[in-house]
Design a protein around this ligand. Structure first.
Ligand code: PGA
Length: 247
C-alpha cells in the first residue's frame, strides 16, 4: 500500500494561484512512484489542474459529487462528469459538507455508492466533533458513519473499494492536530471494525491540521496510511515538505 497524500484545496484558489502552486510543486524533484498524490481542486478548476499536471502520475479528484446520475439538479456535479474530467477519486462526507451544508449519513452513503458505480475511488471522511469527543461519543460516531455505507446492499464489497479518512472535526483548520498516538489508536479501532465486517485492504488516512511539523511523526505510524491535507496544501513549500516526509 503506497502512502496517500491528498490535497484538499476546498473553496480556495484562482486560475492564477493554481498556475503558481502547480508550477512550484512541479519544479521540485520528487519520486512520485513511491506515493499516491491526489489533488482536490474546486470543481471549476479540475480540468485546468489536470492539464497543468501533464504526464506526472498524480491524480485529481472531486471534493463532492451528486447522489444522482444526471438531470434537473441545478448546481450538482455528477460522478460521470468527474470521470469525464479525468478524476480518479472523490471526497465523500467531508465534515464541512456534513456540518456546514448538512449532509446526512444516508446521503453520504448514497454518494459513496454512486462513486463506486462510476469507478471513482471515494474517500469517506469520518470523525467526531469536539462536543462528541467531550461526551466520549467518538467510537459511536465512527460506528454510525461507517455503518451507513456498510448497510447498503453489498455494503462490505462497496466499502472495500474505497478509502477511509479519519478527520476529527475539532482538528480541521484549527491548527490543533490529533496526537499521532491517538490517531494510531483510532485507526487501529477502525481497522478492527472493518475487518470484523469483512472489509479488507482499505487504506485509512488522517486529516486535520496536518503540517510539515507533524506529518513525519504521523506517517511513521503503521496504522496511518496517508494524510489528507487542507490549509498546508495551498502552500507549495509546505505541501512539498509533507510529501518528502517519506523517502
Ligand atoms: P486542514 O483541513 O488540514 O486545513 O485542517 C483538512 C481537511 O479538511 O481535509
Amino acid at each position: 500500500m503506497k502512502p496517500i497524500f491528498a490535497a484538499n484545496w476546498k473553496m480556495n484558489g484562482s486560475l492564477e494561484s493554481i498556475n503558481q502552486l502547480i508550477s512550484s510543486l512541479l519544479s521540485q524533484s520528487l519520486n512520485s512512484i513511491a506515493r499516491e498524490v491526489i489533488i482536490f481542486p474546486p470543481s471549476p478548476y479540475l480540468l485546468h489542474t489536470k492539464k497543468l499536471l501533464g504526464n506526472i502520475n498524480w491524480y485529481v479528484g472531486g471534493q463532492n459529487l451528486s447522489n444522482f446520475d444526471q438531470g434537473a439538479y441545478t448546481g450538482e456535479v455528477a460522478a460521470s462528469m468527474l470521470r469525464d474530467l479525468g478524476c480518479g477519486y472523490v471526497l465523500v462526507g467531508h465534515s464541512e459538507r456534513r456540518h456546514v451544508i448538512g449532509e446526512s449519513c444516508e446521503l453520504v452513503a448514497q454518494k459513496f455508492h454512486k462513486a463506486i458505480q462510476h469507478k471513482l475511488i471515494p474517500i469517506l471522511c469520518i470523525g467526531e466533533t469536539l462536543d462528541e469527543r467531550n461526551a466520549k461519543e467518538t467510537y459511536n460516531v465512527i460506528d454510525k458513519q461507517l455503518r451507513s455505507v456498510l448497510d447498503l446492499p453489498t455494503g462490505a464489497e462497496i466499502l472495500s473499494k474505497g478509502i477511509v479518512a479519519y478527520e476529527p472535526v475539532w482538528a480541521i483548520g484549527t491548527g490543533i492536530a490529533a496526537k499521532p498516538n491517538d490517531v494510531a489508536n483510532l485507526h487501529g479501532y477502525i481497522r478492527t471494525w472493518l475487518l470484523e465486517n469483512k472489509v479488507e485492504d482499505v487504506p485509512i488516512i488522517y486529516g486535520g491540521s496536518v503540517t510539515p511539523d507533524n506529518a513525519h511523526e504521523l506517517l511513521l505510524k503503521p496504522e496511518i496510511n496517508g494524510v489528507l491535507v487542507g490549509g498546508a496544501s495551498l502552500d507549495a513549500n509546505k505541501f512539498m515538505e509533507i510529501l518528502k516526509c517519506i523517502n
